[in-house]
Design a binder for this molecule. Structure first.
Ligand code: NAP
Ligand code: MG
Length: 537
């Protein structure tokens, strides 16, 4: 598109724009035409959380559209699976450059659709660029055929080979409309798969925009198809049409995805909720810990699976910590501007606002103290909620163990470190944790005792998240499978063992009867594996 004339950049002051916050016509039309439909379809409106106004609409796809989207991707994948890693990597690097060069366009879209501030939207651009560069560089190494120990030393030549699965389905959430729509597809594509993406109904345009960048970078026509529409209607048809499904969203829907995938006997990866804790140790730098709690608690207004909702502080430091935390939180500037500057944006939907308000009101009614926040901020936008800090939260309150997925952090004092760790682990979830200490080694040791898929020492979530060479995902009800690193690409492959035998069969020796074979083998089994040089092929 011409990035100038019709660019959403011109609508920066969207809350004030007399013509409303809609996307430029040309962009809206072009992106929604990318959605796969096999006939005329009703449309679904997309509203900006900043103002509640309609910014565009996309087709409400049907199961027929899903089948078509999968068939197109499947056909394109036949060609793509034969391309070299070098070619795929070239495409992926081009994609990263296009994304970085044209980031203003997508930052606008992310902000408009999700209501987050630009700084938080940029985290998604950075994340996507990091993941694209990482798998462009490492896919070949991760997927190279591996020699394995053969059945018989010297006589069996055994190799592990990885094939693409075929077409992978991605059901994405609205909280990270760029990152969550595309970063999981990147390793799948690098492994030679096609993809069908269903973005959240709230955030289709960001997904469509980034898929357009993949085509611009050079993926073959139809390799990545997008269907838009209600997840409850399209979820099953997607799972039924693909060879693997990756879902990010609520634990409740995650279970239904896993059930359906189980029936079809296809694999699935799930990244679900969390009730993530930040543990302040007695030797921590309090200002840094407060900084971590603010970033971890209020990035994307707390609508982040790895965000911090519980903070544990030694009793001796509690009052000092809370005073500093409240001061910092009260200084956060809420913003609905399409420009850098604000510290926290809007909640994404009325549902998320209601959940947040319910958790806080329930805690307040049952005796918790609202140290700051605890109110809607309609003065900034219809779905804004003040960043909130609670203390005195007890087990009877919803906010104690249910994920709020909003800008609410509860602070707890602790006397005994073991007890604090037990309380952190006393959760159905186990996604992310954070530990603040001036002794990094101690932090890492304690981290290994926390039941969470990622643990960050002296960071809230970004250190582990951005370490994309290492796996990321949930223990317990927080998910199944891992993204990032070698696991993040192996899951998109079907692994095959090819074993070649020479000179004699593995069982049976020409000229000997079964009893003689058994004797020879018994001796061999006792002796052979003791000879170090013969252990490996
Ligand atoms: P959700 O319902 O799980 O939505 C996530 C994605 O799944 C969306 O694309 C959604 O489509 C789709 N979906 C909905 N019902 C489905 C079904 N039956 N089968 C297959 N896909 C389906 O999440 P939500 O309702 O938007 O948010 C609720 C809670 O989920 C949040 O409060 C939070 O606790 C959690 N959540 C977690 C993450 C995370 O990053 N782990 C992200 C988002 C939400 P539609 O948009 O069309 O409904
Ligand atoms: Mg839902």
């Amino acid at each position: 598109m011409s990035a100038t004339a019709a660019s959403p950049v011109e609508q920066r002051t969207l809350t004030l724009a007399p013509e409303g916050p809609g996307l430029p016509d040309e962009l809206r039309r072009r992106l929604s035409e990318r959605v796969i439909t096999v006939g005329e379809r009703a449309t679904m409106e997309v509203r900006s959380p900043f103002t509640g106004e309609v910014i565009g609409s996309v087709p409400a796809c049907t199961p027929d559209d899903v089948a078509e989207a999968a068939a197109l991707a499947r056909e394109a994948q036949q060609l793509w699976r034969r391309t070299s890693f070098a070619e795929r990597a070239r495409v992926m690097r081009r994609f990263r450059d296009l994304l970085l060069d044209r980031q203003d366009e997508v930052l606008d879209l992310i902000q408009l659709e999700s209501g987050k501030v630009r700084g938080h939207a940029f985290e998604e651009v950075a994340d996507t660029a990091i993941v694209a560069a990482y798998y462009a560089r490492t896919a070949r190494k991760h997927l190279a055929p591996q020699r394995r120990e053969g059945a018989l030393p010297l006589l069996t030549h055994t190799t592990e080979i990885r094939h693409p699965r075929g077409v992978v389905g991605f059901i994405a959430p609205w909280n990270y409309p760029l990152s969550m729509a595309i970063t999981d597809a990147i390793p799948a594509l690098m492994a030679g798969n096609g993809a069908v993406i269903k973005p959240a109904s709230q955030t289709p345009f960001t997904a469509l925009w980034v898929v357009e960048r993949l085509y611009e970078a050079g993926i073959p026509a139809n390799l990545v198809t997008v269907v838009t529409g209600s997840g409850s209607k399209l979820g099953e048809p997607i799972i039924d049409a693909v060879d693997f499904v990756t879902f990010t969203g609520s634990t409740e829907v995650g279970r239904t995805v896993a059930r359906r995938a189980g029936e079809r006997l296809i694999g699935c990866a799930l990244e679900l909720g969390g009730k993530n804790a930040l543990l302040v140790l007695d030797d921590a730098d309090l200002d840094k810990a407060v900084e971590g709690a603010v970033h971890g608690g209020f990035a994307s207004a707390g609508q982040l699976c790895i965000s911090i909702e519980r903070v544990f502080v030694p009793t001796d430091l509690h009052d000092d910590f809370v005073a500093r935390l409240v001061e910092k939180v009260e200084a956060l500037e809420l913003s609905a501007e399409l420009a850098y500057g604000g510290d926290m944006g809007s909640l994404v939907s009325q549902d998320q606002l209601d959940t947040t308000r319910d958790h806080v009101e329930d805690a307040r009614e049952k005796g918790a103290t609202v140290l700051t926040g605890g109110a809607t901020r309609e003065d900034v936008g219809p779905l804004f909620y003040a960043p909130t800090v609670l203390s005195g939260v007890t087990r009877s309150m919803t906010a104690f163990d249910h994920e709020t997925f909003g800008p609410v952090v509860s602070v707890y004092a602790y006397d005994d470190l073991d007890q604090a760790i037990d309380r952190i682990n006393d959760s159905d979830y186990g996604l992310n944790a954070s530990i603040f200490t001036s002794d990094g080694a101690r932090g890492r040791d304690i981290g290994a005792r926390v039941e969470a898929g990622t643990v960050n020492v002296n960071e809230a979530y970004a250190a582990a998240w951005a370490s994309v060479d290492a796996p990321m995902g949930g223990f317990k009800d927080s998910g199944l499978g891992r993204r990032h690193g070698v696991e993040g690409i192996h899951k998109y492959t079907e692994v095959q063992t090819v074993a070649g035998q020479r000179l004699m069969p593995v069982i049976g020796i020409p000229g000997l009867d079964d009893a003689q074979v058994a004797k020879v083998f018994t001796v061999a089994l006792k002796v052979l594996h003791r000879i170090p040089g013969l252990r490996r092929p």
